[in-house]
Design a protein around this ligand. Structure first.
Ligand SMILES: [Zn+2]
Ligand SMILES: [Zn+2]
Length: 121
């Protein structure tokens, strides 16, 4: 389901754009200022959301880099994140998952060390 390699990502995203977005259109539908929509104005809400996600993801990846989308590296978490980090090396969906994984890795390391020490006594 996930594809990390840029051509595969582009292909999947292009399929979503074909399905859910339309030609760019200038609109002032709320009377709050002219802006671009990448869809017709009269879509039902669920199609508007699908269009927003497809176009938003495409703009994010082409603007920031094709690798800036990932799945959380913490065990047991399946969340997807958009990487807005400065260095583009985000691995977790949230600081909470990063901390939880750091604690788990620390325990795994020190647990192994303790066993080694016990065996030596
Ligand atoms: Zn709008
Ligand atoms: Zn997570």
């Amino acid at each position: 389901m996930d594809s990390a390699d840029p051509p595969a990502r582009a292909e999947r995203l292009n399929a979503l754009l074909t399905e859910y977005s339309g030609p760019p259109r200038l609109t002032d539908h709320a009377g709050t200022g002219w802006h671009l929509h990448y869809r017709p104005d009269d879509l039902p809400a669920h199609r508007q959301i699908a269009s927003l996600i497809a176009v938003g993801t495409a703009l994010h990846l082409t603007g920031r880099g094709m690798h800036r989308l990932g799945r959380c590296a913490a065990g047991g978490c399946a969340h997807v994140y958009a990487d807005f980090s400065r260095n583009g090396r985000q691995r977790y969906c949230s600081p909470a998952c990063g901390n939880r994984d750091a604690v788990r890795r620390h325990r795994a390391r020190t647990g192994a060390e303790t066993e080694g020490a016990d065996a030596g006594l």
